[in-house]
Every structure is written in C-alpha cells, then in structure tokens.
Design a protein around this ligand. Structure first.
Ligand code: PLP
Length: 361
C-alpha cells in the first residue's frame, strides 16, 4: 500500500460512538455525529449510522453531498452558517442548518418554497465565545421573524463555545441556554425539540451537572475520533485515543552534524532556526511534509524527535531508534494534523475493517 498512509480503525470509532452515546444518553442527551474532521469520508460516516446516530453534521455542504451520494441515509445538518452563494444547495442537500442571520434565513425560506421543501433551522445563540451566534437580546426578534418565514421550521436553539475564545460551556452558560429555550417556548407558544448545548468541550459540564435542564443535544466530533474532551484535551475514560495512525517511510538515514554549517539565513518556512549543538547525530528523513500534515500536531510512537519539516520532508533525530531506509514510523495526530491529513490527496486512507481490529477491542 502506498505511503504515507493513515490507518483508520473503524472498530475503535464504533466503540467510541457507543460509549459516548451511552454516557450522554444517561442524562437524556442525544448526540449528533460531526464528520468534518474526516472530510465526510463515507466509510467513517457510516459507522455513526450503524451505531444508532441519526443526525450527521458537517461544516461543508460539499461533504454532505458526498455522504448523501454514497448512499448514507441520515438527517444531514450543516454546521457552518450557510453562505448566501450556496443557499439552494443547502436547502436541497441539508435537512437542517444552524443559523444566525436573518438575510440568510429569508433566502433559505425562498429556496425551500421554490423546491417544495420544509427546511429545519436551529438558531445559534451567542454566549460569550464570540464565533457564531445571535446576541441573547436579539433572539426574540429573530425567532419572531423566523416563525413568519414559510418553508422553514424552527426546531431548536443551540450554542457553540470553546472554539474562538476558548470559553467553557459551564453550568452557568448551559443554564442560560436552557432559560432562553423556556422563555422562547412560553413567549411564542412553540416547542423546541433540539436544545444543542455544544460540542466535545461539554464533557466536564456534563459529568458534574446534576440537572442538565433543557439541554438535550450535543454535536460531537473530536471525542469520537480522538477520544478526548477539548477544554484540556484529556482522554475520556473508556475511549480509544488511537483510532488513527499516521505511517511515514524513511528515505535517508545518515550521521551528520547537529547544526547546519555555513551562513545562516531563512529556511523553507521563513524561519531563522537555531539547533542544539550535540556533535554528530544519527538523522533520518521521512517522506512526508507540510503539504500532508501539520507537523507540530504529530507525535511519533517511537523514540525519535522531529527536528524540522519542509513541504515534503520531515527530518528527525534518529539517535535512539537507528531507523533504516524503508523503515516506517507511526505517529499519533492531534485535531489539526488529522484535518490536514484526511484532506491531503497524497495520503492513502486505509480503513481497517471491524474484523481486523476485533482483537484489540
Ligand atoms: C466542529 C463543530 C462541532 C464539533 O466540535 P468537536 O469539538 O469536534 O466535537 C460542533 N458544533 C459546531 C458548530 C462545529 O463547527
């Protein structure tokens, strides 16, 4: 199989989904499966459906179209506020979208009517993280307007924290969202079926909360794929953190000085680098680079350390491992690294089927 490649252990994905479903389900919270980090990869998206997740969410309409074309039968939710230039595609391909702008909602309504579709919307409320969201003082007005738009069905409200500002989805934020839901239902005589409290960052709130009140939904990506919560990136007990393995090949292995010699200017990344003086060291080059992965986001599973990387090469200190030409190295990946890898056309995506990984479960 062509290298570099990423091994994707589907059995571990399934295990993580089951665990999270049971965990959050214990207090009445359903999860939406977020597929954006895997670029809507159909074989991976399918695992959510096979494990009882009914709604799949992605930030890109292209990924939703890809999953639908692959025959994966789900309710599809568009996470990123629809772009005005993509409204008709959104209405046709996504059943639900998260929204914050009236001008967008009016367009959604227009194209929903044109296509004879009832498009479901969730309004996002700003609670301090400062990415998407309607300010709480403006939410009544937004709801009033949405309720008047034909072709749209307001099914819920939501919030997104811990993304732009790193703000914690704590009890006070979740209580605020609950009260907004209760207030809107009373004022407009509506019933909101989805109150979506957040993402993988909501884990500690969930664990410590005795009463989740009206929060009945979370949109979960990273915890499924990397087995961690996202406030401190600590592993969640019982989840696999090694669903993905990046594998790269050694193409040069030599003893060379630890420091470049000659006049020092910028390197390929525009940096003037300083390297520790350690005499001559055993160095190796791997056939992978910044085109394929966010190099700062990968951690070797064996005893080598990354010295520097350019577009197509990663240079490592090989003193402790003595790698030979043709050897392969395995890496763990963080979210940014994974995002780049799964969207790089140079990396083979190797789906390990359930049987191959049964032994480790
Ligand atoms: C990406 C995203 C999520 C999922 O976040 P994870 O940290 O991967 O769980 C949830 N909601 C929105 C709006 C997103 O963009």
């Amino acid at each position: 199989m062509r290298l570099p490649r990423i091994d994707i252990d589907i059995g571990k994905v399934a295990h993580n989904i089951q665990q999270l479903k049971t965990l959050y389900g214990s207090k009445g919270i359903k999860i939406i499966g977020v597929t954006k980090v895997v670029g809507g990869h159909p074989a991976i998206a399918k695992v959510f459906i096979e494990n009882g997740i009914q709604i799949l969410a992605d930030s890109r309409i292209e990924n939703i179209i890809k999953m639908r074309k692959s025959g994966i039968c789900a309710q599809y939710l568009l996470l990123r506020t629809p772009s005005l230039s993509q409204i008709e595609e959104v209405v046709i391909h996504a059943h639900i979208s998260l929204n914050t702008e009236l001008i967008v909602l009016k367009e959604l309504s227009k194209y929903a009517l044109k296509n004879n579709i009832l498009h479901k919307v969730i309004l996002m409320v700003e609670l301090g993280d400062l990415r998407e969201g309607i300010m709480p003082v403006d939410i009544d007005h937004a709801v009033k307007e949405v309720l008047e738009l034909k072709g749209l069905s307001l099914i819920g409200i939501g919030t997104n924290l811990a993304c732009f500002g790193g703000i914690s989805p704590d009890d006070s934020k979740m209580k605020e969202l609950s009260s907004i839901a209760i207030h809107l239902e009373g004022k407009f005589k509506i019933s909101l079926t989805i109150i979506s409290g957040g993402n993988s960052a909501n884990y500690y709130w969930f664990k410590s909360s005795k009463n989740v009140e009206r929060i009945n939904n979370l949109r979960i990506g990273e915890s499924v794929f990397l087995g961690r919560e996202t406030l401190c990136r600590i592993p969640i007990p019982g989840l696999f953190t090694d669903v993905f393995t990046l594998v790269a090949e050694v193409i040069e292995s030599k003893i060379k000085p630890s420091q470049p010699y000659g006049k020092v200017y910028q390197n390929a990344n525009g940096k003037i680098k300083k390297f520790k003086k350690k005499g001559s060291i055993n160095r190796a080059i791997l056939a992978i680079g910044r085109q394929d992965v966010v190099v700062s986001g990968i951690t070797p599973r064996q005893n080598i350390s990354i010295l520097e990387a350019s577009s197509d090469h990663v240079v490592v200190d090989n003193t402790e491992s003595d790698l030979k030409i043709g050897d392969t190295i395995e890496f763990d990946l963080n979210y940014s690294a994974l995002l780049r890898v799964l969207n790089s056309s140079y990396i083979t995506k190797n789906i390990l089927t359930f049987n191959e990984c049964k032994s480790v479960l």
